[in-house]
Write a protein that binds this ligand. Sequence first.
Ligand code: ATP
Ligand code: MG
Length: 200
Amino acid sequence: MNEQDKQQKHQQRQQKLKEKVDERIAAATDDKGLLLVITGNGKGKSTSGFGVVTRSVGHGLKAAVCQFIKGTWECGERNLLEKAGVPFYVMKTGFTWETQNKEQDIAAAEVVWQQAKKLLSDPSINTVLLDELTYMLSYRYLDIDEVLTTIANRPQGQHVVVTGRAAHRRLIEMADTVSEVQSIKHAFDAGIKVQKGIDW
Ligand code: ATP
Ligand code: MG
């Protein structure tokens, strides 16, 4: 096959592909608020969730963030997004890897969850990030039936992003889009400490 034939074949293939993609775009006509779940052991779940929030804000949409872990850590996204009018609700004294006081952890989770419930019933909020919510379900700090029902009954058109490892099977079933971030390698395993602007 000469160069010209090769080029023609390539063009034909691309044209076919384009037609297929166009067909799928034309068929995707539904419009609704999505539930996204970003799970897995690799790095990039929360940064992805904050990426969605940033994207929403960039379009002038209203977004809010609930964080179910790491209350006292500084958070680069928070410093920026609060200035852009995004409210943050963060677990305060409660859950960290070190705490032993389960009752206190549950109470702290419940406070943020009550804020989340308000957001999930407010049609003026376009996008809600529930960062690290998965742990609250796997540790049974929050009632899964209540959480799933609240998410299911949220205002039509509202998008929700849930992040965290080991997402519950029922959450995955309910979600529209689920991504699993796989860890290939992580700097921490090579003895490098957490880096400002990369890890927080
Ligand atoms: P990020 O906030 O950077 O997107 P993440 O949300 O995917 O990370 P988490 O499980 O919430 O990951 O953990 C948060 C912290 O743990 C971050 O400092 C992150 O760099 C670190 N981390 C994430 N994945 C790994 C891993 N596979 N090994 C070691 N540390 C990790
Ligand atoms: Mg995270």
